[in-house]
Structure formats: structure tokens, C-alpha cells
Design a protein around this ligand. Structure first.
Ligand SMILES: Nc1nc2c(c(=O)[nH]1)N=C([C@H](O)[C@H](O)COP(=O)(O)OP(=O)(O)OP(=O)(O)O)CN2
Ligand code: ZN
Length: 126
């Protein structure tokens, strides 16, 4: 099994409306995102998936979050844009991506809210 990761980041504002503290107020983060994909089979070049292809697919999702006020986005009208929900949102968007090879599975998405605090989202008991 091969597991490949890429990292990227984006800037966005959010607030956690019912949070009992300062996070209830509008504030921003430079969110770091790590995406891991895995699979068994390599292509004729010896790659699970080209890093460039994975970065492009992740970039499409990140573009929908970058420099937005996350609470205003459709994805976060019924759930709060916590690091947990952002990681889950990115994961589910990537799973739907048609541009990743069929044999490639998204292992997890990890989102850092700060250099010291991160959340990983994965499915299927991995
Ligand atoms: N499990 C989670 N906990 C918290 C989340 C979250 O998304 N998931 N989010 C927040 C707030 O967004 C807040 O901005 C972060 O708060 P905090 O950790 O206090 O961040 P600081 O950088 O301000 O850290 P200090 O130690 O207070 O300087 C809170 N929790
Ligand atoms: Zn925050």
C-alpha cells in the first residue's frame, strides 16, 4: 500500500456562534491542510497519482474556501465551520472528484487551525 500526502493552506474567517469564549467573535486563521491518498497500484510511470494532479484537485476545493467568511458559505449554513467540519467538507468534496484515479482512495484530510491544533477526518475505520 502506498500513501501519498500533499499540503496546502488557505486564509479564511469564521466564528463559532455558540462558543463560550473569544472564538464566538469573527476572527481568521491561516488554515493548513494535509491530504493523504492511498492505493496499491502504480501507473506506468511508477506513480500512485501524480502529485500535480492531486494538488490541482485539492486546489479546486480550497479555492471555494480561500478568503471567504466561512459561516456565509452554503456548506456551513447548518453546521459550524469548525476545523472538524472543514476537514470533513474537504474530504467529501475530494471523494467526489472525478479527476483522481479510481484506484486511489482518500485516506484522510487534516486541517490545522494553528501550528499547534489540528483535526484529521477519515472514513471507513481506516
Ligand atoms: N475541536 C475544536 N476546538 C476549537 C475549534 C475547532 O475548530 N475545533 N476552534 C476554536 C476557535 O476557532 C479558535 O479560533 C481557536 O482557539 P484557540 O485554540 O484558543 O486559538 P488561539 O490561537 O487563540 O490560542 P491561544 O492559546 O488562546 O492563544 C476553538 N476550539
Ligand atoms: Zn477560529
Amino acid at each position: 500500500m502506498f500513501e501519498l500526502t500533499i499540503t496546502t493552506d488557505f486564509e479564511a474567517a469564521h466564528r463559532i456562534p455558540e462558543y463560550p469564549g473569544k472564538c464566538q467573535r469573527l476572527h481568521g486563521h491561516n488554515w493548513k491542510v494535509e491530504v493523504a491518498v492511498s492505493g496499491e497500484g502504480l501507473d506506468h510511470l511508477g506513480m500512485l497519482v501524480d502529485f500535480r494532479v492531486l494538488k490541482q484537485e485539492v486546489a479546486k476545493v480550497i479555492a471555494t474556501l480561500d478568503h471567504y467568511y466561512l459561516n456565509e458559505l452554503a456548506a456551513f449554513q447548518t453546521i459550524c465551520p469548525t476545523a472538524e467540519n472543514i476537514a470533513c467538507h474537504i474530504y467529501k468534496k475530494l471523494v467526489k472528484s472525478a479527476s483522481l484515479p479510481a484506484a486511489v482512495t482518500v485516506s484522510y484530510v487534516k486541517v490545522w487551525e494553528s501550528p499547534y491544533s489540528a483535526v484529521s477526518y477519515r472514513e471507513g475505520g481506516q
